[in-house]
Ligand binder design. Structure first.
Ligand code: EPU
Length: 355
């Protein structure tokens, strides 16, 4: 079925559309390929009053139940150079592009800036939503602007970087205005002259050991791909949603108190004076690294990643995932007095789960 040229599927299975491979259904799944048809769909009176939910490639999602109303999975493609001035290049990419394809493409064009964000799973449209970050770089460092449509009435709006409300794994799209916007396009500011970001200790050590000819942005990408492949499970073989908790920030007083009790505590000072603790370390110390309860576990190489070993028979539910995550959170709380905050988004939104 199509609606204003947008393909629509009724009672659609979302199992292949989330990397934890949880079974859940969308009442209606829309796969729009261009923003004009998408805007028309959002304005169509036949859909008025229906809940509207956006998903990308589902790499940061816990599907807790079936999703009522319209689930929109933007397929908007396209990558192009908009302008070039001195050594700066402004590029535009569609929300439906696979993030890592854009990273590889930009480096292939001789434009640097995205290499530290190599191999992050997911679609470009999801990148600003949670301000993806890795190895000392966040999307907000390279993003110029976001184009979005209002989920309520299909009207278009451009947000400059400063208007996006970016913070660590957070944005206005994820927090203050959750459920209000569908991101259609990103504009990214890249450079022709390398400005390598090697602040991350693991990366700096391995990079300096490379022959000089490989000490390039593409060399950084290769290293990061190696580091990620060694630690992080590939969702295609072991379903997961990346880091399941955020790294928690604590006051210097709480940090000092914890350090006195746990001399090996891993923490990084923040610009605002707080200390960011390594959630992976807390979870490992609480005994969860590589531990399974039924089909769910915390990964043996990176304790921050919750993995679903039972995806093949499809018996694990979103509720099971949330209950398991609560056990991990509770034991970290009991041992360290630190509250872990979940990183992936839970769908459907609380009000639509019949709760
Ligand atoms: N650590 C442990 N045990 C573990 C895992 C980590 O002790 O099982 C300690 C180690 O001391 C390590 C430190 O934690 O040095 C940091 O670990 P890692 O470098 O693996 O990074 P992370 O803080 O666990 C964050 C991001 C990742 C990102 C990496 C690299 C969050 C929630 N996660 O993980 O992002 O790839 O840094 O920059 O900020 C994601 O968001 O899905 C994700 C994978």
């Amino acid at each position: 079925m199509t609606d204003n040229a947008v393909p629509l599927h009724h009672n659609a299975d979302l199992r292949s559309r989330n990397t934890l491979r949880l079974s859940a259904r969308a009442e209606w799944l829309a796969l729009p390929q261009d923003s004009a048809a998408l805007a028309a769909l959002l304005r169509d009176p036949r859909w008025r009053g229906q809940p509207r939910t956006v998903i990308g490639e589902g790499s940061n999602l816990v599907l807790a139940a079936d999703i009522p109303g319209l689930v929109i999975c933007p397929q908007l493609r396209g990558r192009q150079r908009l302008t070039e001035q001195d050594d700066q290049v402004l590029v535009e990419v569609g929300a439906g592009e696979h993030w890592d394809d854009v990273v590889a493409w930009s480096l292939g064009q001789g434009w640097q800036g995205l290499e530290n964000l190599s191999l992050i799973p997911g679609a470009c449209g999801a990148a600003p939503f949670q301000n993806i970050g890795a190895y000392g770089v966040e999307l907000s460092d390279v993003l110029e602007a976001v184009e979005a449509l209002s989920l309520e009435d299909g009207s278009a709006r451009t947000f400059t970087r400063d208007e996006c409300g970016f913070a660590y794994r957070d944005s206005r799209f994820k927090s203050a205005e959750r459920g209000q916007w569908l991101i259609t396009r990103l504009r990214l500011r890249l450079n022709r002259t390398p400005r390598l970001q090697l602040g991350y200790a693991d990366l700096a050590a391995q990079f300096s050991a490379l022959p000089e000819t490989l000490q390039t942005p593409a060399g950084v990408r290769d290293l990061i791909c190696q580091i990620r492949r060694a630690k992080l499970p590939d969702p295609a073989t072991l379903p997961n949603a990346g880091s399941f908790f955020k790294n928690p920030c604590v006051s210097t007083a709480q940090h000092a108190d914890l350090l006195a009790r746990f001399p090996d505590l891993v923490a990084f000072p923040q610009a605002d004076g707080q200390m960011k603790l390594a959630a992976g370390w807390l979870i490992e110390q609480a005994g969860w690294k590589g531990r399974r309860v039924g089909d769910l576990g915390m990964h043996a190489q990176q304790a921050l990643v919750l993995v679903n070993h039972g995806a093949a028979d499809g018996t694990v539910t979103g509720a099971d995932v949330l209950a398991f995550a609560a056990q991990v959170r509770d034991s970290v709380q009991a041992r360290f007095g630190v509250t872990l905050e979940q990183e992936p988004v839970i769908l459907p939104a609380h009000s639509e789960r019949g709760a």
